[in-house]
Design a protein around this ligand. Structure first.
Ligand code: ATP
Ligand code: MG
Length: 444
């Protein structure tokens, strides 16, 4: 299918910046999108809008993924019905967003997002954008050809029209998909200034879809990276989650460095990544997250954040210990310092920073191979995350492999045997010494 489209489309859309007024229509028989690959709820929404006399198209990532033969993560619909009209048509819908109103239509656990075609404002550029070019308002309804301009990449700006099952392409998106090319619609600098998060989206899509980013786009990102500093930390958290939890964390992490963007997300991690062992450790953490995502195992952002800040937090802990603090206090103070600085860039909700602290503070406790401490560690709610973290450190050469091996073997034993091993008196611990001891700095 892709090669057919390649040959058919070469005459169209050579102009990199343009949104053509005259779209290419790829008819039902000429593309590979089959309705059997579209989730039932999305089809229901499309058909009902169409029957009620509205235009209804599948749009964005879903069309792109269907053309690539992938199953879309979610299905977004665009229509000329207003949110209120959509709301009237579907009992299971609700309107969300104040500035940018959308309808969410709920089918069990699945939500179909329906957006009304939007147009650029008739106002001047100054009224519509802030002084750095960032887009401020995006709430004027328009027609489908206006809506194209709101999209970021050509591959994300295709419309699958339920009226005749064709794909509507104003920007050469089908050809770009065929060539595995990520291309921003319009003038690169203007579009990145409007919304600097698009730079992170470029990296995400290139990593996920194995698309190439052309040289001008690469250059623009290298120059405009500092604009990410103006993006709210909470929005960057959402975007970082998408970058690292979609099964392509490792490639995204490498690309973030290549495009010099990691410094705007995790500045404190930067110096430590120069060290090959730390670099190997963080990359392994990304890799292991990807493997978990691919087999549908749960992942928590706390793990990767803990990995990125592990060496910086250990360095600060050491400074605190040298200033005379007991180890566990030194670690807690270091954690507070690092986390409170980090959240200025990419926020970390408390429920995750608590887990990061647990993962860090449990690391020193793995050296106890018997007794009460080892037993309570094995039953700690965050044992598994901390143990996985320890093993990655060991694999990266950051701590002793035997350490990790001992705990691996212990978990393979049955509960009775575990009890026996752990009830042995901790070497070097007598009753007399069972009073609290000052910890002298851990084993790292
Ligand atoms: P994914 O498969 O990761 O969901 P997606 O392309 O569907 O990818 P979404 O973030 O779900 O991405 O957004 C849906 C669509 O909305 C995009 O395809 C794009 O057309 C548009 N869009 C989303 N965010 C932006 C943005 N920051 N700038 C311009 N267009 C955007
Ligand atoms: Mg999507």
């Amino acid at each position: 299918m892709i090669s057919w489209i390649k040959s058919k489309l070469t005459k169209h859309h050579q102009d990199c910046d343009g949104v053509s007024n005259d779209p290419v229509i790829i008819r039902r028989a000429e593309h590979g999108i089959s309705r059997s690959n579209i989730d039932e709820p999305a089809l229901k929404v499309l058909y009902r809008l169409h029957k009620a006399g509205y235009q209804a198209c599948l749009v964005g990532g879903a069309v792109r993924d269907l053309l690539l033969g992938r199953h879309p993560k979610d299905f977004d619909v665009a229509t000329d019905a207003t949110p209120e009209q959509v709301n009237k048509l579907f009992r299971n819908s609700r309107l969300i967003g104040r500035r940018f109103r959308l309808a969410h239509i709920q089918f069990g656990r699945q939500i179909i997002e329906v957006a009304t075609f939007r147009a650029p404002h008739g106002e001047t550029h100054e009224e519509h954008h802030d002084e750095s070019g960032r887009i401020l308002r995006d709430n004027v309804y328009g027609e489908i050809h206006d809506d194209v301009w709101r999209r970021d990449f050509t591959a994300n700006a295709l419309y699958y029209n339920i009226a005749d099952f064709s794909v509507i392409d104003y920007v050469g998106g089908v050809e770009d998909i065929a060539n595995k090319r990520l291309r921003l619609i319009g003038d690169q600098e203007t579009r990145y200034r409007e919304d600097p998060v698009r730079m992170l989206r470029a990296i995400r899509f290139a990593s996920k879809l194995d698309f190439s980013i052309d040289d001008t786009c690469r250059q623009a990102i290298l120059e405009l990276g500092p604009l990410l500093a103006d993006i709210p930390a909470s929005r960057l958290f959402e975007e970082v989650l998408k970058l690292f939890h979609s099964g392509h964390a490792e490639e995204s992490f490498i690309a973030l460095q290549e495009y010099n963007l990691l410094r705007y997300l995790f500045p404190d991690a930067m110096p430590s990544l120069e060290d090959p062992t730390t670099y190997a450790f963080v990359t392994l953490a990304m890799h292991s997250t990807d493997q978990r995502v691919r087999v549908d195992k749960p992942v928590t952002p706390a793990f990767l954040f803990a990995a990125l800040l592990w060496v910086p937090v250990m360095k600060q802990t050491q400074v605190n210990v040298e200033a005379g603090m007991p180890y566990s206090l030194a670690l807690q103070k270091a954690a507070t310092k690092l986390i409170s600085h980090q959240v200025r860039y990419v926020s970390i909700p408390k429920r995750f920073s608590t887990v990061m602290r647990d993962i860090w503070s449990l690391q020193t406790r793995f050296r106890h191979h018997s007794g009460r401490r080892a037993y309570s560690l094995l039953h700690h709610p965050k044992f598994r995350a901390a143990y996985d973290f320890l093993c990655l450190r060991a694999n990266a050469g950051e701590t002793d492999v035997d350490h990790c091996r001992w705990w691996t073997e212990l978990q393979e034993k049955d509960p009775e045997q575990q009890k026996k091993i752990l009830s042995a008196v901790e070497p070097g611990t007598s009753r007399r010494r069972n009073r609290p001891r000052r910890n002298k700095g851990g084993t790292h």
